[in-house]
Design a protein around this ligand. Sequence first.
Ligand SMILES: Cc1cc2nc3c(=O)[nH]c(=O)nc-3n(C[C@H](O)[C@H](O)[C@H](O)COP(=O)(O)OP(=O)(O)OC[C@H]3O[C@@H](n4cnc5c(N)ncnc54)[C@H](O)[C@@H]3O)c2cc1C
Length: 314
Amino acid sequence: MKHYNLVIVGSGAAGLSAAVYAGRYKLSPLVIEGEFGGETSTAGVIENYPGIPAIEGYELMKTMRKQAEGIGAHFLEGWVQEVQQDGTCFVIKTKKDEVRASSVIFATGAKRRHLNLPNEKELTGKGVHYCWTCDGPLYGGKTVAMVGGGDSSVKGVNFLAEYASSIYLIVRGEEVSAEPVNYERMQKLGDKVKVILETEVKEIVGEKKLEKIVLSREYNGSLELSPDALFVEIGFEPDQTFVQQLGLESDPKGYVKTDSRMATNIPGIFVAGDMTNHFGGFKQDVTASALGSVAATSAYEYIKSNPGICVSHD
Ligand SMILES: Cc1cc2nc3c(=O)[nH]c(=O)nc-3n(C[C@H](O)[C@H](O)[C@H](O)COP(=O)(O)OP(=O)(O)OC[C@H]3O[C@@H](n4cnc5c(N)ncnc54)[C@H](O)[C@@H]3O)c2cc1C
């Protein structure tokens, strides 16, 4: 079984940043990619990554990956299904491959939250969508609705406005909570965007495609809206697979607990990015990248100060 000093699980901003740093520490890390680029690759234009005034998220991730590859990181496509401790080693398994590592960085982000309504699953891709950059362009000249009240949903509305003729933003809370720059951009769209506050989507109706949605309270005298598409942008929750498999300590919301060096309760395992709540819930590319760099540095120090661990089994 091939041995690596360090395996990084995930190739979003956190994983790729960790790979750049680990490459520079000459750890020759292996990145197991899942889906290249993570959430950033479909996040539209990123305008707040310092040093780069505006770049497509996909391009930013491509640049990071190239930089990591150039400095000695290896990449493997696949989804990690299992990680086991074997003495001082970790054994990491995908469907097809199995590798051994002295240290692991998890940078697996978080899973998109769903509304959990009947019909939601059946109509996904048939009017119900979670990725506005991927599916928004399909609705040129149509009416669409966005559920959510945070920055990502407002960014989504601004993106959809380039295609759709009118947009409802359905917000559960009393106000929209977005970056002022993005909020002002949405306000400039005028009547094209109707913000419906203190309202939830209660039902998704449709046979073969989305026909209408039912709201928790009346808007313009009706409980129903008939958008051509419904985009869901209501946040994320961390995946519990590895937390449960390895017994990683997590907070009540499932985010992995770390010390200030991104070390977990299991020696040799570090985490980075959106799967932690390190910056008090502030989750951005710049924070994910920062945490990736810290995790890689800690993994390097761990490997250097424990030279006897996980001797190569090549
Ligand atoms: C719509 C939207 C717009 C955004 N806009 C901005 C913005 O303008 N500016 C900004 O700074 N941030 C923005 N963000 C936030 C930013 O995208 C995230 O903070 C960032 O993606 C977090 O990076 P990450 O590496 O922690 O996680 P992710 O990007 O989620 O990456 C996780 C990686 O882990 C992989 N993975 C998961 N499970 C496994 C497994 N079992 N095996 C192998 N691989 C696995 C995934 O495939 C992926 O590659 C936006 C987010 C969204 C959703």
